[in-house]
Design a binder for this molecule. Structure first.
Ligand code: XMP
Length: 518
């Protein structure tokens, strides 16, 4: 049934832990739909969401602190099983009449845990073998609420996990969502399937069917436009919409003059020729490059490109005629970020690529990916038959190569960077590292250095190579690429790209640096 994927679902209430998003990812990996909301989600909204289970995340607070995030007792009385993790367990204890106290010793890091009950949460696990779990807490359970028994202990915590079987309420002092807790996935699996009796209905095939139906219903006979960037998100949005409404979708692809080599051709090939999407290709390179003349300030470059993009897109959209909707590739992490645990008052993140457009043009926003994580989007793309190469592409910023050319953006410097960048992409793929890293690209520096080629002295540009590992681009570390891969990239760039005689490797992490140089 196409409508069943949201029938089985978990609500995660966020108390501000760094790992709350990980809980959501693990639940999704176990094929159960879940949503994360701030801890103070109103009760009537929780009832309307009708979760079959609730997970209370960890958080930095202490339940007795002034202003600590506390929930209503009613969430434990709705009939849905509840799993409290770390702070969530302490909160459960506090709200249900138990006692929480400062631990004599803060537990942080790995701990050995002994199972005292293997019926529900720890079903199928071996009580003879101590479990390795990840702890991070300063408070502990002194007195359990009425009806609870300890189901696991550590040397430091007599109550490392507790449960009230009749009410299906469970608490764990450790973090099952992190990889350091060895049986973490098994424990979450038990909560979802043994305790909540959910069914694993969430998968990307059913997501495609479900969202196609919903898009058909919502858009009806109206027209929708979508800005294609050549990246994964907008490509998957376009494919989903095309599937749902066929030629009532028009895609707009703007050549802003700062694209990678071969980018425009590739988008036309996939969407126009292969998928037969109504694609408006707008060659506007000169307009953008004229405006960028003489501009060296990074923010100025971003602004110019952003504004001009809106202008071009608006002109094109008007020429298409009666459009009612605008599609956008907002992902779940963007949604979560905009309603952080501080509650809905926290700043809303505006999407940088088409900011301002819907209001100006009186368009309604359609965001078919707002329930998905990036890896889920990639699976959807593969399922829909988009080329593997496109689906696995690294993120590429809206202002494109303009923010990877330090100093002025000129046609000549763009050409140099495009050649170097193509070599980086080729060598990353050849070595098998392309799909292992978050991003890999070249940056053109505004300095020249001396070199020697044959018998001649050269005085040319420097390219910096940036390769990073990351999960969500919020933090990143430079990739420890093997020397051979670095050597291949460097020697090919210096030999094949006229204008570059030196390559350096960027070994900065984010923070304090950023991924892009501008
Ligand atoms: P930074 O440089 O802030 O980048 O560490 C984080 C991630 O975002 C990408 N990025 C952008 N993406 N429009 C985009 O669509 C932009 O203006 C933009 N600026 C940075 C960057 O490539 C990295 O993946």
């Amino acid at each position: 049934m196409s409508t069943s994927i949201h029938d089985h679902k978990i609500l995660i209430l966020d108390f501000g832990s760094q790992t709350t998003q990980l809980i959501a990812r693990r639940v999704r990996e176990l094929k159960v739909y879940c949503e994360m909301h701030p801890f103070n989600m109103p009760l009537d909204e929780i009832r309307a969401f009708a979760p079959q289970g609730i997970i209370l995340s960890g958080g930095p607070a202490s339940v007795y602190e002034k202003g600590a995030p506390i929930t209503d007792r009613a969430i434990f009385e709705m009939g849905a099983p509840v799993l409290g993790i770390c702070y969530g367990m302490q909160l459960m204890t506090f709200v249900l009449g138990g006692e929480v106290a400062r631990a004599q010793r803060r537990e942080y890091g790995h701990a050995g845990m002994y199972l005292d009950d293997i019926t529900d949460l720890f079903r199928g696990m071996d009580p003879a073998v101590p479990e390795v779990v990840w702890m991070s807490h300063g408070d502990r359970i002194q007195v359990m609420p009425e009806g609870f028994t300890a189901i696991a202990h550590t040397d430091n915590s007599p109550v490392a996990a507790m449960g009230d079987k009749s009410r299906k309420l469970f608490g764990v002092q450790f973090h099952p969502e992190v990889v350091h807790t060895r049986s973490g996935t098994q424990i979450l699996d038990n909560f979802l399937f043994a305790v909540c009796e959910l069914e694993p209905t969430w998968n990307m095939r059913s997501f495609i069917e479900d969202s196609t139906e919903r898009l058909k219903e919502r858009i009806g006979d109206d027209r929708i436009i979508c800005a294609l960037s050549g990246g994964v998100d907008s490509s998957v949005v376009a494919a989903l919409l095309h599937n749902a409404v066929g030629d009532r979708l028009t895609c707009v692809f703007v050549d802003n003059g700062v694209l990678r080599a071969g980018e425009a051709e590739r988008v036309i090939e996939v969407f126009k020729n292969h998928l037969k999407v109504d694609l408006r290709f707008v060659p506007a390179a000169d307009r953008f490059l004229d405006l960028l003349k003489g501009v060296v300030d990074p923010e100025e470059k971003r602004k110019i490109i952003g504004h001009e993009f809106i202008r071009v897109f608006e002109e094109t959209a008007r020429s298409i005629g009666d459009v009612k909707y605008l599609a956008q590739g907002t992902l779940y992490p963007d949604v979560i970020e905009s309603v952080s645990f501080k509650g809905p008052s926290a700043t809303i993140k505006s999407h940088h690529n088409v900011g301002g457009l819907p209001d100006r043009m009186n368009l309604e926003l359609v965001e078919p990916l707002r329930e998905l994580f990036k890896d889920e989007v990639r699976i959807v793309g593969e399922e829909m038959g988009l080329p593997h190469e496109l689906v696995q592409r690294h993120p590429f910023p809206g202002p494109g190569l303009a923010i990877r050319i330090l100093g002025e953006v000129t046609k000549e410097r763009l050409e140099i960077l495009r050649r170097a960048d193509r070599i980086v992409q080729e060598e990353m793929r050849r070595s098998g590292y392309y799909e292992k890293v978050w991003q890999a690209f070249a940056v053109l520096l505004p300095i020249r250095t001396v070199g020697v080629m044959g018998d001649e002295r050269t005085y040319e540009h420097v390219a910096a190579l940036r390769v990073v590992d990351s999960l969500d681009a919020m933090t990143a570390d430079w990739t420890r690429l093997p020397y051979e891969v670095l050597a291949a990239i460097s020697s090919r760039i210096i030999n094949e790209v006229k204008g570059i005689n030196r390559v350096v490797y960027d070994i900065s992490s984010k923070p304090p640096s950023t991924i892009e140089w501008e």
